[in-house]
Each structure stands twice: as structure tokens, then as C-alpha cells.
Design a protein around this ligand. Structure first.
Ligand code: NAP
Length: 272
């Protein structure tokens, strides 16, 4: 019986047990995936305890993703670039740290029919998710980035850390960057239930540009609603959450799990 878990604090809200539980049953794998509430000071001990008990690995959610970097024996390039670990694999007595957000985002773009290869990509935000996504997009061939963030220094630091060329702007440069943009991605908390919306007049956006939001609660943000109304292709945030889970499932249970229409429906219900 293979076992995996998600560690967070709090962790009750996590959608990961639903996601992995679906895949275990869909692929008829004898395994378990549980949520374990883990206070920050207990992270190292809990990881060691799970490894000793024969678990395959775990997901990490708030507040552990950054703290876990220092606890890993090996870091995949995805985790060091993102500066955060969200997937851990216990392998040959070692803890290997990965970050699957960038992979999840790219797979979600593919699944929703949005391209990035020849586009100027405008990323709004410069936090952990933006880091993971820019790293994944540049690894997957994107060359031309505009990064807009409320705190300019964080966007400048991100571009330096990832060693990419980017047109970096503060909030005042948001609207004027739209004309050059082929793919617009919201990587901030704006638009999330309980937060302010991302206020952005899309009039200057190239009609052929795609618009993606990684916020998944609500399932379709105001930004995506107005983009859809103007005829842009859009990508919602929940498929990223689903696809990012594939990496861990494959590492722990040996199968690249299927993203079925059923699963999407179940996750949409769970996310509301
Ligand atoms: P983070 O590291 O805390 O970064 C937050 C970003 O949002 C920063 O760029 C921050 O700007 C910006 N921001 C926050 N409040 C703002 C405001 N009032 N006005 C302007 N900018 C604001 O968070 P994260 O981990 O990157 O996550 C960002 C969002 O992505 C969250 O909503 C999260 O739920 C979502 N997410 C979704 C998935 C998925 O699978 N779909 C995965 C990961 C994250 P400053 O730098 O100026 O503070």
C-alpha cells in the first residue's frame, strides 16, 4: 500500500486529498493520500517521520513551501527557480524537492488551447507562483516577458534570479504594456474571493492575445469574464491546480494520472 499526504497549517481546506483520492480510485491503485495538519515548527520532524514510516512523499502547502527548501537533500531545478517546494519525493533515503506549479500552468495552457511560444508574455505579479510560471515558460521556449508588479524591486529581483530579459514595470505601466502583449497572465491575489479585483481596461489588448488567471476561486474571475466578452481566448486557474498534482502522483504512485471531465467537474464543485 503506497502512501502520500499533504502537509499544511491549516490543511482542512486543501483540495489535494480530493484530487489524489479520485486518481487512486480511477486508476485502481491501492494507496492512500491524507491531509496532515503540521505546525511550522513541526515540519522537519513530520517529514522525517513520514519518510521513516515508508511514505512515498507529500505535497506541501502554506506555510511550508519556502521553509522546506532548506530541509531537502536534493532540489529539482523547478524548486530552486521558484524558491519553493510543493512536492516531496522520498527516494533511496533522500528527500527530493520539486515545484510543480510551472508544469501545472503550462499543461493548463495546453489543455485550454492557449499558446505562448511566439508571444510576448505579460505576467502581473512577482510572487512565488509568478516565479514558477516564468521559469517554466522560459524553459518551454518563451523569450519575451513583461513583468508588472506593485513592488517594482520584487519584479526586478525575480528577473535577475531567473536570468531572463524582461521589461519590468510597476503598476503605472500596466495598461500601456497591453498593446505588445500576446499572453496576459494574472499571478497576483487580485480577483480572488474576498480580495479586490484586478482592475484593468482591456481595450488596448491585441484582440488575438490570450488571457489566463491562476486564481481559481471564483472559477472565473472578473478579468476572465471581461476578456471572454471581448472575444479573447481565456484559461481559468483550476486546471493548473489539477495538472500540478500530476507530478507528485506520478512520483509516488507510478502513473501519470488522467485529467478526466469527471474530475474537472468534481474539483469545480469542491472549489466553490
Ligand atoms: P505571493 O507569493 O504572496 O505573491 C502575491 C503577488 O500578488 C505579489 O506579486 C503581490 O505584489 C501581489 N499582490 C497581492 N495583493 C496585491 C494588491 N492588493 N495589489 C497589487 N498586487 C497585489 O502569492 P503566490 O503564491 O504567488 O500566489 C498568488 C495567487 O496565485 C494566489 O491567489 C494563489 O491562490 C494563486 N495560485 C494558484 C495556483 C493554482 O494552481 N491555480 C497555484 C499557486 C498560486 P507585491 O509583490 O507588491 O506584494
Amino acid at each position: 500500500m503506497r502512501r502520500a499526504a499533504v502537509l499544511g497549517f491549516p490543511v482542512a481546506h486543501s483540495l489535494s486529498p480530493k484530487l489524489h483520492g479520485y486518481w487512486l480510485s480511477h486508476h485502481r491503485i491501492e494507496g492512500t493520500y491524507e491531509a496532515i495538519a503540521t505546525a511550522p515548527q513541526d515540519l522537519a520532524d513530520t517529514l522525517a517521520r513520514l519518510a521513516d514510516a515508508g511514505y512515498e512523499g507529500c505535497n506541501l502547502t502554506l506555510p511550508h513551501k519556502e521553509a522546506a527548501l532548506a530541509l531537502m537533500d536534493d532540489l529539482d531545478g523547478s524548486a530552486s527557480a521558484a524558491g519553493a517546494v510543493n512536492t516531496v519525493h522520498f527516494e533511496n533515503g533522500k528527500m527530493e524537492g520539486y515545484n510543480s506549479d510551472g508544469f501545472g500552468f503550462i499543461e493548463s495552457l495546453k489543455a485550454q488551447g492557449l499558446g505562448w511560444q511566439d508571444a510576448t508574455v505579460m505576467i502581473v505579479g512577482a510572487g512565488g507562483a509568478a516565479r514558477a510560471i516564468i521559469h517554466a515558460l522560459s524553459t518551454a521556449g518563451a523569450r519575451d516577458f513583461i513583468i508588472v508588479n506593485r513592488t517594482l524591486e520584487k519584479a526586478e529581483q525575480l528577473a535577475r534570479d531567473l536570468n531572463i530579459y524582461a521589461d519590468v514595470r510597476d503598476w503605472s505601466g500596466l495598461s500601456s504594456a497591453l498593446e505588445k502583449t500576446g499572453l496576459l497572465v494574472n499571478c497576483t491575489n487580485l480577483g480572488m474571493a474576498g480580495q479586490d479585483p484586478l482592475v484593468l481596461d482591456l481595450q488596448r489588448l491585441n484582440p488575438l492575445a490570450g488571457v489566463a488567471d491562476i486564481v481559481y476561486k471564483p472559477l472565473e474571475t472578473d478579468l476572465l469574464k471581461s476578456a471572454r466578452k471581448r472575444g479573447h481566448k481565456v484559461a481559468t486557474g483550476l486546471p493548473m491546480l489539477i495538472h500540478q498534482g500530476r507530478l507528485g502522483f506520478k512520483l509516488w504512485f507510478g502513473v501519470d494520472p488522467e485529467v478526466t471531465a469527471d474530475l474537472q467537474f468534481i474539483m469545480e464543485q469542491a472549489a466553490q
